[in-house]
Design a protein around this ligand. Sequence first.
Ligand code: HEM
Ligand code: HEM
Length: 215
Amino acid sequence: MPTLIWDLPTRLFHWLLAALVAFSWWSHEDHLDWHKVSGCAIAGLLVFRLWWGIAGSSTARFAGFLKGPAGIAAYLRGGAAGAPGHNPLGGWSVAAMLLVLIAQVGLGLFAINEDFEGGPLTRYVDYDTGLAIAQWHGTLFNVLVGLIVLHLLAIGFYAARRKNLVGPMITGNGALAEGVEAPVMAPLWRLLVGLVLGGATFGILYWLNGQASAF
Ligand code: HEM
Ligand code: HEM
């Protein structure tokens, strides 16, 4: 029976994130102003996702999908199947993507280039440090691309085995194995707290971004 696996906030988070990461890549060279605004929006999304990973619906919670070695081994042996949401391997790849995205955005906030165009927090580092951070920002981007390629390959792998992961990430609905409990959806007030946290992060960074650079 189709059951709600991914709540709307998690799905919106995912597709907005994918679109903005693609946009950040496209805009980094010739549209740095847009690149920075897009990056500030990704920062807001990530703060929302961290909150949702602690207080959101059960399939969005880190504690629900980050399993230890025993859980991973059981999954690989084919046991413990059927729990809705990320499987134990997918869970860690999600965590890796989120961590690299946090680092990518964190570095971008302090990055500066030879034209003295920098992120909203460059005023807190000296020029040479900002330049070095921009280099790291560029290098880490390759790691992020690697993880995204793996992400898409994994989805293709499951599709080839007739397991459609993309449909549920669009509609929210997926099949639930017999005897497995349906996910518990978070109440509206928690969503509102997350929206305030993510919105405030974006607002503050966007405002700082509009201030004159220290250089
Ligand atoms: C996931 C989010 C982001 C992605 C994928 C991304 C990607 C990139 C890439 C690929 C570059 C080129 C690096 C190079 O040429 O070596 C770049 C440069 C840069 N990014 Fe980001 N970035 C992101 C977030 C941010 C954020 C949040 C900010 C600041 C608000 C930011 C500010 C900058 C700046 C100032 C540069 C230097 C431009 C230059 O070297 O000319 N980025 N970014
Ligand atoms: C820049 C590109 C992308 C990034 C950074 C990204 C990142 C992520 C993240 C962080 C999650 C975890 C969602 C959560 O729990 O909050 C996820 C899940 C997922 N993504 Fe993506 N994604 C990207 C592109 C795509 C594309 C193009 C597709 C479709 C072809 C896709 C399909 C999925 C699916 C199906 C899941 C759920 C996997 C599962 O069932 O465990 N993603 N992605």
